[in-house]
Design a protein around this ligand. Structure first.
Ligand code: ADP
Ligand code: ZN
Length: 517
């Protein structure tokens, strides 16, 4: 039987996903393999299918006893003889499985690492007497201190290659940066391994950001053509999830709230109803989503700014698990960023606060991008990506821009007049003609002082950032970064180069900004 035939026969799928086929081919050829694939990508099949095709027993190391039963049941339903051995089983049950193993009646055996090496090596010696053909190590990042989920018992697996010197090992994980990856290869002592790193790009999700104006109307506009679809709307506070769910219901949407403060029974009911498609929209805090596997979520909306890119990407990733076109919409407002900044400061922990503020800053940057959002996300996760994905609002040219040449000229000439010796706060206060003492008397005499008083302070920060992003200004790497001109500045100052900026809220809009959610 070929791998493609086995895929159809045992799993009922007609095509391989990601690089499953190449991975399986290498495993069948007896190679050690490292597989990095996003959650839901289809890692299990990479060892289950070879296990079916190879002669002998495949040992699967998995950290969570709770998940083993599900996996084993699913395999048995597909007609693949599989079993697990763990402490939840009676001695009789264990004896029965041992007997079947001796008879060669089991193709896949699931074990936790501590089980394999525990009780004076009885089990491992028994397994060595069997025709083991493959060892799969799921959640392999658990072996690394660098990963986010280190498990000491995984370190025992370092001895596997001594016990099974010629048996191919496949290590699989969904989360491993370069450092963790190297650590996995070293600790497991994989021989000349083939590495398969799948892209974490979710090509079927379109990313959009809108400046938050009247968020409820913006939501209704977004939802109107999506009445039949399932979606998740994330809000920052518990209260706003309930308020928004109620308002959406009043508009005729089947929406329910979900947050950690609700009764267990209410949460379970709303989640169940959502999974069954009785409820179309879940309005939730980030407490919702972990471990939820609903494939037809068509959109994820962030009605408030998320705290960091990691969370945002994970939450948007709940859309489109079925591979069909899906949407991620973020409503961005400056006041959200300010609010989150307050939360990000952890009293008495300077280091932690700095990291959280930096992550928030990266999130704000994402919200204000003039370049491909997907590229930014991929680079954030260390993956190279071309600069036009064709399916984010920037690449689709949906982002509203305006001629910001005059604004740019004001900013650039302020930097020049201040002799490129000040940071953005000082430059902006200077532009706005601040009466603060810290603006030096000599600077108050300059012609540029106060030429930008008509522009809101928050907008100035944003424009300066955009000008840096577009290379018309640069910042030094110092602790207190200083704004400097670049080789592109002169053309702007001379009026030879037009500058486009992203349209922001006007002062009027900002002041009348209704932020009910
Ligand atoms: P991971 O372990 O990478 O998180 P799983 O192995 O649990 O992902 O697979 C996720 C889902 O994708 C499962 O429902 C699985 O049956 C399905 N799947 C795996 N490979 C394919 C494929 N080639 N075609 C269709 N569905 C697949
Ligand atoms: Zn793009």
């Amino acid at each position: 039987m070929t791998p493609a035939q086995a895929l159809q026969k045992y799993f009922g799928y007609s095509e391989f996903r990601h690089r499953q086929e190449a991975i399986i081919r290498d495993i069948l050829a007896g190679k050690d393999v490292l597989v990095l694939m996003p959650t839901g990508g289809g890692k299990s099949l990479c060892y289950q299918l070879p296990a079916v095709l190879m002669d002998g027993l495949t040992i699967v190391i998995s950290p969570l006893i709770a998940l083993m039963k599900d996996q084993v049941d699913a395999l048995n339903v597909n007609g693949i003889p599989a079993a697990f051995l763990n402490s939840s089983q009676s001695p009789d049950e264990q004896a029965m499985i041992t007997e079947k193993l001796k008879q060669g009646a089991i193709k896949l055996l699931y074990l936790a690492p501590e089980r394999l090496f525990g009780s004076g090596s009885i089990l491992i010696n028994f397994l060595k007497s069997l025709p083991v053909c493959l060892i799969a190590i799921d959640e392999a990042h658990c072996i690394s201190h660098w990963g986010h989920d280190f498990r000491p018992e995984y370190l025992m697996l370092a001895g596997l290659k001594n016990d099974f010197p010629n048996i191919p090992v496949v290590a699989l994980t969904a989360t491993a940066d370069k450092l963790t990856r190297r650590d996995i290869l070293e600790k497991l002592d994989l021989k000349n391994p083939a590495e398969f790193v799948s892209s974490f790009n979710r090509a079927n999700i379109t990313y959009r950001v809108l400046p938050k104006k009247n968020s409820f109307n913006q939501l209704l506009d977004f939802l109107e053509p999506r009445k039949e679809d399932s979606g998740i709307i994330y809000c920052l506070s518990r209260k706003s999830t309930e308020a928004l769910a109620a308002d959406l219901k009043a508009e005729g949407y089947a929406a329910e709230a979900y947050h950690a403060g609700m009764d267990h029974a209410d949460k379970a009911r709303n989640q169940e109803a959502f999974l069954r498609d009785d409820v179309k929209i879940i309005v939730a805090t980030i407490a919702f989503g972990m471990g939820i596997n609903k494939s037809n979520v068509r959109y994820v909306v962030h009605a408030d700014l998320p705290k960091n890119i990691e969370g945002y990407y994970q939450e948007t990733g709940r859309a489109g698990r079925d591979g069909l076109a899906s949407d991620a919409l973020l409503l961005y407002s400056y006041s959200d960023a300010t609010k989150l900044k307050g939360f990000a400061r952890v009293d008495g922990n300077e280091e932690q606060s700095t990291i959280m503020l930096k992550k928030l800053d990266d999130m704000v940057r994402y919200s204000q991008l003039q370049t491909c959002r997907r590229q930014y996300l991929m680079r954030y996760f260390d993956e190279d990506f071309p600069d036009n994905c064709g399916s984010c609002d920037v690449c689709l040219s949906e982002v509203e821009k305006f001629d910001g040449t005059l604004i740019a000229q004001k900013a650039l000439s302020a930097v020049a007049r201040l002799k490129e010796r000040f940071g953005n706060t000082y430059v902006i206060d200077f532009l706005r003609g601040s009466k603060r003492e810290k603006i030096r008397e000599e600077h108050k005499q300059l012609k540029t002082y106060g030429v930008g008083a008509d522009i809101h302070r928050a907008d100035w920060f944003r424009y300066i950032r955009e000008l840096v992003a577009q290379g018309y200004l640069q910042t030094t790497d110092d602790e207190y970064p200083v704004l400097k001109l670049t080789e592109k500045s002169e053309a702007v100052l001379k009026g030879l180069q037009k500058v486009e900026l992203i349209a922001t809220q006007t002062n009027e809009e900002r002041e009348s900004e209704i932020i009910p959610y």
